[in-house]
Design a protein around this ligand. Structure first.
Ligand SMILES: [Zn+2]
Length: 353
């Protein structure tokens, strides 16, 4: 049975579609517009896009040609990583390797996409498949653990994200690549405090450093907590911060997902994966899809839609396009149940945590 999201009554901002979230300070006024849309974003001193791009170029040129590879690109097969690989290879002529991680919940045609992109660009690709049994235990642990879990299940992507980045970091070290390149979008970058390098305003820099320190503390706290859990030592290797510097290209350019898709469709024959073809914005793995589904069931905002709203406010995504996507996005209960069952879980247990 498919659940139609449009049938659920939720208060959304008429401009950016963000859901009201009073706990997080997101209020929707009588005029239907949220507090975020009313914030003045022009009061900070900012680098120009040219300056931001120059910062990126200085970083990559400093290491170019000095190692066996110039960098390792984390490839999901989605538009962001495909355009990133294209830029590094074609615009900057870099010697890069693609790194694909099969964590068991990616949609299969993502891998076909990643393979196609690397082949077209003439770059080597490494498929990495972690021990699935052990990995499932990790996913189950971060889903259920009372200390780590969050109301909107965002901790799953948080800890999984660092686990994946750490795998890439280790592999980069092994092949002698000075950088890992990530296709995270601008909001994913600044939410984790990784946008220090592109901030000109001292206050905004400080805020980014604060967020980054918070991420480190959170990881340290998670490690300390895991040590106190019974029979959980095998979880410790999953909570390690990456050592190789990670460069996030999309904070250095005026991020324009629609224009990027035009380029990679034309130059690389890239196509959105089947599951999200109709109104493609992002692929995401099945775990992320389940997380969205569970938030809908609880009628609370999920972090993915929050990111879309940020992009609407910034003007990089079109409101009508997202509205269409929200209305048409059908979640498949069978898919949700299957994913949860693979972790030894069921929907009711998780909703009632
Ligand atoms: Zn708004």
């Amino acid at each position: 049975m498919a659940l139609n999201l449009a049938s659920i009554q939720i208060k959304r901002c008429s401009k950016c579609l963000v859901m009201e979230d009073r706990g997080a300070g997101v209020m929707i006024g009588d005029d239907g517009v949220c507090s975020l849309c009313k914030k003045d974003s022009n009061k900070y001193d900012e680098y120009t896009w040219e300056e931001k791009e120059k910062i990126f170029e200085d970083l990559i040129m400093k290491e170019k040609g000095k190692h066996r590879y110039d960098g390792l690109v984390m490839m999901s097969g989605g538009k962001d990583s495909a355009f990133l690989a294209y830029t590094l290879k074609v615009k900057y002529g870099m010697n890069i390797m693609g790194f694909v991680i099969d964590q068991g919940y990616e949609y299969h045609d993502s891998f076909t996409n990643a393979k196609k992109v690397c082949k077209k660009l003439g770059m080597p690709i490494m498929f990495y498949q972690p021990d699935m049994n052990a990995l499932n235990k990790f996913y189950r642990f971060i889903t259920l653990d009372p200390v780590l879990r969050r109301k909107d299940y965002g901790q799953i992507c948080f800890y999984c994200g660092y686990f994946l980045k750490n795998l890439a970091s280790n592999w980069a070290e092994m092949i002698d690549a000075p950088y890992v390149f990530s296709g995270y979008n601008p909001d994913q970058i600044s939410d984790l405090g990784d946008a220090v390098v592109t901030q000109k305003d001292p206050g905004k820099r400080e805020h980014q450093i604060f967020l980054r320190d918070a991420v480190y503390s959170k990881m340290e706290e998670a490690v300390a907590h895991v040590r106190t859990c019974e029979n959980a030592e095998e979880m410790l290797p999953y909570f390690v911060m990456p050592k190789t510097p990670i460069l996030y290209y999309y904070q250095h350019i005026d991020y324009d997902p629609m224009a990027m898709m035009d380029v990679i469709r034309k130059e690389l024959d890239w196509e959105p994966i089947e599951r999200f073809r109709k109104n493609y914005i992002a692929s995401g793995c099945q775990l992320a899809t389940v997380l969205v589904h569970l938030c809908r069931k609880k009628n609370i905002p999920d972090y993915i839609q929050k990111e879309w709203s940020t992009q609407i406010r910034r003007g990089t995504l079109d409101k009508d396009h997202i509205q269409k996507l929200i209305n048409e996005f059908q979640l498949d209960q069978a898919e949700v149940d299957e994913v949860l069952a693979s972790l030894g879980l069921d929907q009711n247990t998780i909703l009632n945590l």
